[in-house]
Design a protein around this ligand. Structure first.
Ligand code: GDD
Ligand code: MN
Length: 378
């Protein structure tokens, strides 16, 4: 089949000193494109490697017009390179893959098809059922889980928001205010890009066999700064998925305040007008305020999630109670510790306790009670 015109798919490979892998990687991508009939191009974005990577790619490019290389000289970095690849790419669908075979190139057609059939973003996920990580030392797994956990605070619907293997429609990034820094370009795209639907495909991450990883400690501090920056600018710009998570947090807080009104009001009414002993009134008031919060959160806070609830109503109600009980213990624990050992005035300590319990309630309920997420496309 002779393919003319602009490619449909641009495959972006960021490289730094990948001479041991890049030749094989491009060969394997080219044959996958050929076999699947996808009209694609390969765009290597290199940060001035000194190990021959550039020459290898140039040689392949000389006999394959669908292969190009950009050699960057300023502001080196993985994310910056990927974003430069986004702007230089000719396709409508962009796919990012590592050079070192950590991401299986055989999945490229599947990722491409997921975007063709409607997803704005398709993510290769290590944490979805059927995915995994091979040959990672415990330390690296823990670091990665921490990083993933932080990112999931911002984008709970994606199981692997820091994956380096993803495909997207060009429109997601073409005028998004990306601030590429560090390693986690996907989080930047999810946090600041323009998208509605995401789908994930499981894959197993293979550690590189050749060459070495460039992950450094400074990468981690940069990452924490990135997470905070995305969270804050979503609040300012009032758009996107991270903003809707902020709204959810605020709604959850308002519901909590309504629960206090219900609790105090019932305590008073039942004691003064129904003649109940005040501790009995309190038990009734507490339970009814929990029910009030559950119903409002179910109908309001967590309704807009295009959400297919994983659990039945009765299970959600049960989970909400257990989490509330945990929240109460946390509130008491913080109050006790700060007062007894921190020397803090108990009324102030209790405010801190309420705040910690509030966050506990919010995040546990979001991830357990109202677990669900967007429907998978395939
Ligand atoms: N242009 C450019 N500039 N490319 C770079 C740079 C850089 O500064 N640093 C690394 N790369 C390229 C590598 O050559 C490789 O193709 C890819 O980016 C990933 O780099 P690795 O150093 O192999 O990354 P890793 O295996 O530690 O990290 C992987 O896992 C992360 C998730 O935990 C990558 O897949 C990341 O993309 C992913 O976020
Ligand atoms: Mn790697």
């Amino acid at each position: 089949m002779l393919l003319t015109g602009n490619p449909k798919l641009s495959i972006i490979i960021p490289t730094f000193n990948e001479s041991a892998n890049i030749g094989r990687m491009i060969d394997s991508i080219l044959s996958i494109l050929r076999n699947s009939g996808i009209h694609g191009e390969v765009l290597v974005v290199d940060d001035s490697s000194r190990d021959g990577t550039i020459r290898i790619v140039q040689e392949i490019a000389a006999s394959n017009p669908e292969v190009r290389i950009i050699v960057r000289e300023d502001d080196p970095g993985l994310s910056q390179s990927v974003v430069e690849g986004f702007s230089a790419a000719k396709g409508d669908i962009l796919l990012v893959i590592d050079a070192d075979f950590s991401h299986p190139p055989s999945m490229i057609p599947e990722m491409y098809n997921a975007v063709c059939s409607g997803a704005d973003i398709a993510v290769g996920s290590r944490y979805l059922k059927g995915g995994g990580i091979e040959d990672w030392p415990l330390k690296r797994r823990i670091i990665s889980l921490g990083a993933t956990g932080m990112a999931r605070i911002l984008v709970p619907e994606v199981t692997d928001p820091v994956s380096g293997f993803f495909a997207l429609k060009r429109s997601v990034v073409s005028d998004a205010p990306l601030r590429p820094r560090g390693y986690k370009i996907l989080l930047e795209v999810l946090g600041r890009g323009r998208w509605v639907t995401v789908t994930e495909l499981p894959f197993t991450f293979h550690d590189r066999e050749a060459g070495e990883s460039k992950l450094r400690m400074s990468t981690m501090t940069e990452y924490a700064a990135q997470v905070i920056s995305i969270a804050l600018s979503a609040l300012v710009s009032r758009t996107g998925h991270v903003y809707s998570e902020w709204m959810r947090l605020i709604k959850f807080g308002l519901v909590g305040l309504s629960g206090i009104v219900v609790n105090m009001g019932l305590l008073y009414l039942l004691t003064e007008y129904a003649g109940l002993y005040y501790l009995v009134s309190a038990v009734v008031a507490i339970e009814l305020s929990i029910l009030n919060n559950f119903i409002l959160n179910d109908l309001w806070t967590f309704s807009s999630r295009r959400l297919i609830h994983r659990y039945s109503w009765i299970k959600r109600l049960f989970a909400f109670h257990i989490i509330a009980a945990g929240g109460l213990l946390i509130n008491l624990g913080v109050l006790y510790l700060l007062t007894e050992f921190g020397g803090i005035y108990y009324m102030v300590a209790n405010l801190a306790g309420i705040l910690v319990a509030f966050l506990w309630n919010f995040f546990l309920n979001r991830h357990l009670t109202w677990k669900g997420g967007v429907p998978r496309l395939n």
